[in-house]
Ligand binder design. Structure first.
Ligand SMILES: [Zn+2]
Ligand SMILES: [Zn+2]
Length: 409
């Protein structure tokens, strides 16, 4: 009996401990499964960043990146020569005439670019077109002629096919008026920039800015740029006027103006600066330009500018905003700092060369970015006198200074 009892206890004990192990096994299974889950896309330290380009070896060039000549069927009184002469007269350095490519079945090479008026002694003329498709509009910017026909032909295919053609052509592709009619209905993964300021009518760009912030916040280092999207030139005589001719007095070349910090005065350097984001947008060619710099080690020397991307060290960074150009005497400018898509700080700037600074510590792990919006008294643009009332107190915006954006994203 004793033995049997002992044996029974032994067996019961074995069953019991086996049961415990099973329960313990059941309990540890989900926990170990949780430990096993690793998000492969979680922010991690980025090993190497390309060095930041020189802040001084370069030249600020201003231009307009969205213009329609008479080669677009919805334009009027706007031959190429008129656009070129006007651009020269207001001191532009570059322009890109972006006619609707669907109006010539993709063949811009035999139309806009082949126009004998497509030339200038002082202006850099980029090669481009407004890629005008059922799924919306995008602008192409190129330093030299490219095969626009191929881009036009592929327009209705899946984005992976479109993206492959875009890559082969080596062009800069940009989303146009992204929140309006004919918004860019393609993947933003195949573009280099986004039109965050379309035409003199500044207030209608709020949703475009929202899209830009969403793209930046998700790691897409897209350049924000402007474009007047002007279609209508001044008629040579009153009888040539159309119902849209009034537009050249409110929205024409330079409303807004896109500034690029180019390494040289060449079409390639303009496109490269656009791609790299060393870009600011001003209400018109005479309005001041927003410059935005950062001093990474607080030695008083600026180390990077807008469009640049650096490793965050976990230490404070000093930022500097400067307004360069025709600032109004005695005017007060409001400098709004946006961090990661949210309002961060509001600063006041004044004087002949307004400069303001602020400090912040970008997070050591994970992305962050800062960008600037400046408001203040409008700068007169006598050649397009009605534009000021449409852009209101909007003076200019910068591109972001970025930290920990994956250069291989
Ligand atoms: Zn368009
Ligand atoms: Zn357009």
């Amino acid at each position: 009996m004793f033995k049997n009892n002992s044996r029974t206890k032994q067996i019961t004990g074995m069953v019991y401990s086996g049961l415990l192990a099973t329960i313990a096994g059941c309990m540890t299974l989900p926990a170990s499964a949780q430990q096993a889950h690793v998000n492969p896309w979680a922010p991690k330290k980025i090993k190497a960043f390309p060095p930041v380009a020189s802040l001084t070896k370069g030249v600020w060039l201003k231009g307009d990146l969205h213009l329609h000549s008479n080669h677009s069927k919805d334009a009027s009184n706007n031959p190429v020569a008129k656009i070129v002469a006007f651009s020269e007269s207001v001191g532009m350095d570059y322009i890109c005439i972006t006619d609707h490519d669907n109006h010539v079945n993709g063949d811009v090479a035999s139309n806009t670019w082949a126009d004998p008026e497509f030339k200038s002694d002082s202006l850099l003329l980029l090669y481009g077109a407004e890629w005008t498709t059922t799924r919306g509009h995008g602008n192409v910017f190129s330093a030299k002629p490219y095969d626009n026909q191929r881009l036009y032909d592929v327009r209705d295919q899946r984005d992976v096919a479109v993206g492959a053609v875009k890559k082969e052509l080596g062009i800069h592709l940009s989303a146009n008026h992204p929140s309006g009619k004919d918004h860019f209905g393609y993947s933003y993964d195949m573009i280099n920039s986004i039109e965050v300021w379309n035409s003199a009518v500044w207030p209608k760009n709020a949703d475009a800015i929202m899209i830009w912030d969403d793209m930046l916040s998700s790691g897409r280092k897209l350049t924000g740029r402007g474009g007047s999207d002007s279609h209508h030139g001044a008629p040579d005589s009153p009888d040539k006027a159309t119902k849209n001719s009034y537009q050249n007095k409110v929205n024409y070349v330079g409303t807004p103006t896109t500034w690029v910090f180019a390494t040289s005065r060449t079409t390639q350097a303009v496109v490269d600066a656009l791609t790299n984001g060393r870009v600011a947008v001003s209400a018109n060619p005479y309005a001041p330009r927003v410059e935005f710099y950062a001093d990474l080690n607080q030695d008083g020397k600026m180390d990077m500018m807008m469009g640049d991307n650096a490793k965050a060290t976990g230490k404070p960074v000093k930022f500097r905003i400067q307004l360069t150009g025709n600032t109004a005497a005695g005017a007060a400018y409001t400098v709004n700092v946006v961090k990661n898509g949210n309002p961060f700080q509001t600063l006041q700037a004044g004087g002949k060369t307004p400069v303001v600074e602020f400090s912040d510590t970008p997070e050591a792990i994970g992305r962050s970015y800062y960008r600037i919006v400046v408001e203040g008294p409008a700068t007169a643009y006598p050649q397009v006198p009605g534009s000021a009332s449409l852009s209101g107190n909007m003076i200019g915006l910068s591109n972001p200074i970025c930290f920990n954006f994956d250069p291989n994203f």
